[in-house]
Design a protein around this ligand. Structure first.
Ligand SMILES: Nc1ncnc2c1ncn2[C@@H]1O[C@H](COP(=O)(O)OP(=O)(O)OP(=O)(O)O)[C@@H](O)[C@H]1O
Length: 238
């Protein structure tokens, strides 16, 4: 059997005495996989561990494209072909929309198809704001720019931490459809998402996370939005 694009085995993370990730296992192939879970269960900690932004203590194995990247620095993981859309977006107030894209643009494992124009085609409102600075755009535009900035690196794997936060429903749909299409083109997409409808639209499979572990896995879209399932594993409803 060939190794998955992302493979995580027995991942543990600690913040001081707090054991945040507790022996977590997951895999992502050429598909879109959602991670769903309540606030504070460790979703961001997981995303950060995958891209090398570690809390004080992390143990376990993280393999990306068949290479063990455990302990690698974030820039090395990025160069390996991993795109990351962080929560909080981390944009630069002194750079324009276009400069954010230009500075990050490079060919990646999937070639060069994600040009700046391709990002503008996906998010037309960014094209209109191309000369605006990172601190002069709306929350939704910030999310779009953070996604665009990851896409122009032409990643082979894309990790997104609540990318639809702050987006209008029509743009949520654009993003979800875009992520689904990206996975169809062979990119491994790991989508942390609290918007269950957005997750179900984009994802082929979902992991439900609670207290630092995966507690449920499904590839049934109805399950992903089912009130009984969501209530049982996440304590929320769709
Ligand atoms: N820098 C830190 N120092 C200490 N504890 C932290 C730190 N960052 C996160 N934690 C704790 O680790 C746990 C997991 O946090 P994390 O941000 O990974 O959760 P999350 O599932 O992404 O939550 P949310 O959906 O609210 O973003 C929480 O209890 C949080 O308080």
């Amino acid at each position: 059997m060939t190794e998955s694009m992302i493979s995580v085995a027995d991942l543990n993370a600690h913040y001081g005495l707090s054991h945040t990730l507790q022996g977590l296992n997951l895999r992502v192939d050429r598909e879109c996989v959602a991670i769903m879970g309540r606030n504070g269960v460790g979703k961001t900690t997981l995303a950060r561990a995958l891209v090398g932004l570690n809390p004080p203590k992390v143990e376990g194995r993280i393999s990306i494209f068949g290479t063990d990247v455990s302990g690698w620095a974030p820039h090395r993981i990025a160069r390996h072909g991993v795109g990351y859309v962080p929560q909080g977006r981390r944009l630069f107030p002194s750079l324009t929309v276009e400069e954010h894209l230009t500075l990050n643009r490079r060919p990646g494992p999937t070639g060069e198809q994600w040009t700046i124009q391709a990002v503008y085609d996906m998010f037309p409102s960014l094209a209109q704001r191309r000369k605006s600075y990172g601190n002069q755009i709306s929350g939704g535009e910030r999310s779009m720019l953070a996604i665009g900035r990851a896409l122009v690196t032409n990643p082979g794997c894309l990790i997104l931490d609540e990318p639809t936060e702050g987006l209008a429903p029509s743009v949520v749909e654009t993003v979800s459809n875009g992520l689904r299409d990206l996975s169809r083109e062979g990119v491994a997409v790991l989508l942390i998402e609290q918007n269950v409808k957005a997750a179900a639209l984009a994802a082929d499979r979902a992991y439900f996370m609670a207290e630092g572990q995966i507690v449920y896995e499904t590839s049934d879209k109805d399950d992903m939005t089912d009130d009984e399932v969501l209530g049982r594993y996440l304590g929320v409803s769709a």
